[in-house]
Design a protein around this ligand. Structure first.
Ligand SMILES: [Zn+2]
Length: 255
């Protein structure tokens, strides 16, 4: 009797401590710059927040290398206001992206702000993040920009995830293709999109257009990539492929 009781207690303890638990309902998105999460991962985010999955978003850099700071400062100077420093600019970028994610339903506690160097992101930086999240949520789906991208930071993030997939450290991986590369014979298919996602997504896109200097909003997204935001209002779906260009159907990444 004592033996059975002990065994039961042991099994209960194992369950409560999370041994052997899998987190196939957790999605972790690694966004190289503050706007990629909104421009390239919307379907994945909306699918998670409106469904049963928990979504975490890791903002890898704060986007300090963007030339959009000059457009911001020109506008401020034309208004007789003092220009902003890069630190304030980066805070503004993170503020915009965070507001967009909140509008898409991502809880504040699931938005993870990092400070890796914009323009010099390395696969090792991203691999460290992926390993940490896989350790916390074994079996999670990891999504980042494709290694076939042309931006070095996007490539670094994609290469980190592909390497960890190939070495068996993660089992589920998505590689997202930015809209500006869709015509370049890239692998990948479009995600599905539900009509009720359009309104909150439009609100998320609008976060990058807010000009409210007294509150730290400088419309950075629209100043750096207005065309991309306008395109996304028309075509919100994300496009992605599995490891080594696998199609969504063949990859292990869909639940
Ligand atoms: Zn980017």
């Amino acid at each position: 009797m004592i033996g059975i009781l002990s065994a039961t207690c042991f099994v209960f303890a194992m369950a409560t401590m999370g041994f052997g638990a899998t987190y196939d309902d957790v999605v972790v998105i690694y966004s190289p710059h503050p706007d990629d999460e909104t421009l390239s991962f919307a379907s994945t985010i909306m699918n998670a927040t409106k469904g049963e999955a928990a979504v975490h978003v890791v903002m890898l850099t704060r986007g300090g290398a963007s030339g959009a700071i000059h457009a911001v400062n020109q506008r401020l100077e034309s208004m007789g206001e003092a220009p902003i420093e890069v630190k304030t600019f980066m805070e503004a970028r993170i503020r915009e992206a965070t507001l967009a994610l909140r509008r898409m339903g991502v809880p504040a506690s699931h938005i993870h702000i990092r400070d890796y160097p914009d323009g010099a992101l390395k696969p090792d930086h991203v691999a460290e993040e992926i390993r940490a999240f896989e350790s916390e949520f074994p079996g999670a789906l990891h999504a980042t920009t494709t290694y076939l991208d042309r931006h070095p930071d996007h490539i670094a993030a994609g290469e980190a995830l592909l390497t960890l997939y190939d070495s068996g450290h993660v089992a589920r991986a998505q590689f997202h293709v930015p809209k500006y590369l869709w015509d370049n014979d890239m692998p990948g298919e479009l995600d599905s999109w539900e009509p009720e996602w359009t309104a909150p997504y439009q609100e998320a896109l609008n976060a990058f257009q807010i000009w409210l200097p007294e509150a730290g909003y400088y419309s950075v997204g629209y100043k750096s990539a207005r065309g991309s935001f306008e395109q996304r209002a028309e075509e919100p779906r994300s496009r992605w492929h599995g490891p080594h260009g696998e199609t969504q159907k063949n990859s292990t990444s869909t639940k």
